[in-house]
Design a protein around this ligand. Structure first.
Ligand SMILES: Cc1cc2nc3c(=O)[nH]c(=O)nc-3n(C[C@H](O)[C@H](O)[C@H](O)COP(=O)(O)O)c2cc1C
Length: 122
């Protein structure tokens, strides 16, 4: 499983790099070996999905098995709302919402999800 991250100020990139898998910037992604993808993206502008994530999903959503979304609780009901939209619009499981570059338990939770996913498909 490859981790594709969408990050402007580095928080989602840091979260992605803590998951112990290969990571790639969403802008550099090339679908050359067909590996399953976990997308780490961020909420933007009152809970919107970023243009980068949308463009990526329009071409590659069938590869994406789960999404973890970064955000900030100061945004109230829009906290991590991009992840909810991705789940609804593209049928991709929202694994979790996290703040900043994530607490250790957030990282462990997603690592655990990845391991269980690998077991399911092996
Ligand atoms: C202009 C702007 C809009 C944002 N809108 C939201 C939002 O609607 N919901 C949310 O949860 N976080 C929102 N955030 C917070 C970011 O999603 C959060 O800081 C995230 O960690 C940024 O990830 P990055 O450092 O990888 O770019 C916003 C941040 C900025 C600067």
């Amino acid at each position: 499983m490859i981790i594709v991250y969408d990050s402007l100020t580095g928080q989602c990139e840091r979260f992605a790099s803590r998951l112990g898998e290969t990571v790639v910037d969403i802008l550099d992604y090339e679908d050359d070996n067909g590996e399953d993808v976990l997308l780490v993206t961020r909420s933007w502008d009152f809970g919107k999905v970023t243009d980068e994530a949308r463009e990526f999903l329009e071409s590659h959503s069938e590869k994406v098995k789960g999404v973890a979304v970064g955000g900030n609780r100061n945004w109230g009901t829009n906290f991590g709302a991009a992840g909810v939209k991705i789940e609804k619009e593209y049928g991709i499981e929202l694994i979790l919402k996290f703040e900043g570059s994530g607490f250790s338990q957030d990282v462990e939770y997603v690592k655990d999800w990845i391991n269980k996913y690998k077991e399911r498909v092996s």
